[in-house]
Structure formats: C-alpha cells, structure tokens
Design a protein around this ligand. Structure first.
Ligand code: MF3
Ligand code: CO
Length: 266
C-alpha cells in the first residue's frame, strides 16, 4: 500500500491518502461482501414488531460465521455491531428493545473487518407501508449516493463528489447533514480523507485529486428539514434538531483505472 501526499502545496493541509494494490482491493471486497450479506439479512428481517437488538444479534452472528469481526463493536466504546437509526435518528443509533412499527424508516449501518481489511455500508429501509414523503426521502438519499459514486474516477476531485450530492439533494428540497461525513477506508475503518457531502471553502482549499487505488466510504445523510443535528444523552445517537426524518446510504467505493468499483456488493 503506497502512501501519497495529496492536495499538497503552499498553505494547504497535507493529507496522507493510501492507495491499495489489486490484491488489497480483493481483500477489501471480501470484507465488503460480508457487509452486503448482512444488509440482505437485515432487509429480510426488518418488519413491524422486530427489535433493533434482534437485528444486531443476527448480524453479529453472521459476521462471525464468515470469519469477520464487527468493526463498530468497541470502537471508541460503541456497544453494538450495527447502528440502527429510526425516523429522526440520523446516525449512530444504538440497537434497543423498542419494536419497529409500520411506517418507520430504519437506517442500518454495518462495518466488517476481515483479515485486517474493512468494509462499511449503510441502507435505509421502509418498515411496512411508509408515507409517500418518507419513501421520497429514501429515494433521494439513494439517488444522491448513486450520483456521488458516478463522480468517482481518476482525476476527479473530492469536491465533485460533494457537489453531486449537495446540488441534487438541495434541488429536491432536502438538506445534507454537515456535521458527519464519509471517509477513506482500508486497513482501518477511518482513514483520510474526509468525504463531505457539501462543498465548503475548506474542501476547495484542499481538494484532493482521486487516483486509482484510493478507497472511499461515501455516505450521504439526507434530512427532510434542517441539516442541523444534536447528540442524545446516550452520547451516541444523533437526531435531527427539528425532529423530522433523516435517511442514510453508504457504500465503500474504490477508484479504479476505468472509474470506480463498489466493494460492498454481494
Ligand atoms: N459508518 C459510520 C462511520 O463511518 C459508522 C461508525 S459507527 C461507530 O463513522 F459506532 F462505529 F462509531
Ligand atoms: Co462509514
């Protein structure tokens, strides 16, 4: 894995971004495949009456059965294998005993470490029949992720990813969360660079040029109302300040010579 200094130059923050070899990308794909398998299981299980701790238990078992480790469990003291964020919960919801209800939207984030390499992906799932507004929010979030991924190719800048998400989401009348961002990923769950979903002067000042072998976890969080969030007293669960809905979608994406490859697929 060769480390390069991207976005250098006068007055700029120097960011060390690792580039993975073909062999290392293959190993990341192995971890990513387990992540995808877990998401398929959650999608099958998630329905009214199910508790998010039930999902957590099943996912942890599947990860271990595949020879992996839940990447979130114990990370900075995080107490579970998945994040399960319902309705106005944005990210980092701790699985609990509350039963999912018809009409809820459930964001599930799953990270797996396998043979020293990481995969990370998130989905937002409608529970039973949801309102048209909730369904549209989820759709816009997935389309934002698709547009972000489509912007990934050698020579593209990080800001093109951010702009793809922000312009689309805001054009649809929703807001992009700013406090939480995507990230580089590889032999650690969080590597440089940060991958924001909005354009800022700070991003433009240090606007990384993508190169083959870089791997990014791209994860737009889309809010129905304000972009502003707060953290609950459990110190993890992030909610919208206005109590409106939030959706989250994420894939682990490699930059390839041809463009990109999604590593968190079955
Ligand atoms: N996908 C999230 C992230 O990249 C998951 C972290 S949750 C934690 O930050 F529990 F592990 F902190
Ligand atoms: Co992530």
């Amino acid at each position: 894995m060769d480390s390069l200094r991207g976005g250098g130059g006068e007055g700029r923050r120097v960011v060390a971004v690792t580039r993975k070899t073909q062999e290392q990308l293959e190993r990341m794909r192995e971890a990513g495949r387990v992540v995808a398998e877990c998401h398929a299981l959650v999608r099958e299980m998630a329905r009214p009456g199910v508790r998010t701790i039930d999902l957590d238990r099943e996912v942890e078992a599947l990860i271990r059965a595949r020879g992996g480790t839940p990447a979130f469990l114990g990370y900075r003291g995080y107490p579970a294998s998945i994040c399960a964020s319902v309705n106005d919960e944005v990210v980092h919801g701790i699985p609990n005993r509350r039963r999912l209800q018809e009409g809820d939207i459930l964001s599930v984030d799953i990270g797996v470490a396998k043979d020293g390499w990481y995969g990370d992906a998130a989905n937002t799932i409608p529970i039973g029949q949801v309102s048209a507004e909730a369904a549209r929010l989820i759709e816009v979030c997935y389309e934002a992720l698709a547009r972000a991924i489509a912007a990934v190719r050698p020579g593209a800048r990080l800001s093109e990813i951010a702009r793809a998400v922000q312009s689309y989401v805001e054009g649809q009348g929703y807001a992009v969360v700013r406090k939480y961002v995507g990230h580089g990923i590889g032999s650690a769950m969080h590597e440089e660079p940060q991958v924001p979903n909005f354009v800022s002067p700070a991003l433009l000042k240090n606007d990384l040029v993508l190169e083959p072998g870089m791997v990014l976890a791209i994860e737009p969080m889309v809010n129905q109302g304000t972009h502003q969030t707060r953290t609950k007293k459990n110190r993890w669960t992030v909610v919208t300040c206005d109590g409106k809905l939030s959706a989250h979608a994420e894939h682990t994406v490699a930059v390839t010579e041809q463009g990109h490859a999604i590593l968190t697929l079955p």
